[in-house]
Design a protein around this ligand. Sequence first.
Ligand code: SAH
Length: 221
Amino acid sequence: MNAESLVRGIGMTSERTRRRLIDQLRAEGIVNETVLEVIARTPRHLFVDEALSSRAYENSALPIGRGQTISQPLVVARMTEAVLTGPRLGKVLEVGTGSGYQAAILAQLADQVFTTERIGELARQAKQRLHRLKLHKVFVRHLDGRDGWPSQAPFDAILVTAGGQVPDTLYEQLAEGGVLVAPVGEPGKVQHLERVVRTADGLERETLGAVSFVPLLEGLD
Ligand code: SAH
């Protein structure tokens, strides 16, 4: 097999395995075609270590180092679907950049994405990946995301991708009509995805489903 057919072969396998993932997401109840399309075209294998790239299109969370994980595609799809109330988003804030994968999905649906990560090494790697993919509308900062990103607030969507209690500061940075999704729960217990909409009358809350995220921690590493 020459180099060219090898590359083509990888491309074909990847197309097939990506399609299989999309079928699984549909079977699990994801209905937003825009979300499915963006997941289908985003190379998740570039957001994990090369040794794990053959598993990148499985519907599972995978380790990304430093005890952290890239979220399960179904959870990424659910959270994205939960904040995408129209065809596109304006300004989005993510807390917990991790691999940068969720930010890459959001970048294709939003005007600007601001994402924070408390582990410097992960923030650096994510920034490189997003740059390589020419996703220039994503801004990655090595910050404690519990403070939000005050200079860019308010946001049309806020996604917290680490579990715990949502600090009030984040609700305060939500624009009117904006949506926040976050895994909420005590450490070590079952977490639920909370969806909160800021209306003219205040915050409207609903609970989506059980999830399992690494903890939202204080301070930098
Ligand atoms: N969204 C990520 C997965 C998140 S894993 C992805 O698509 O790959 C959760 C991440 O949140 C971890 O990398 C963890 O270090 C980070 N995190 C935890 N507490 C945080 C905080 N207070 N501020 C910023 N990041 C935090």
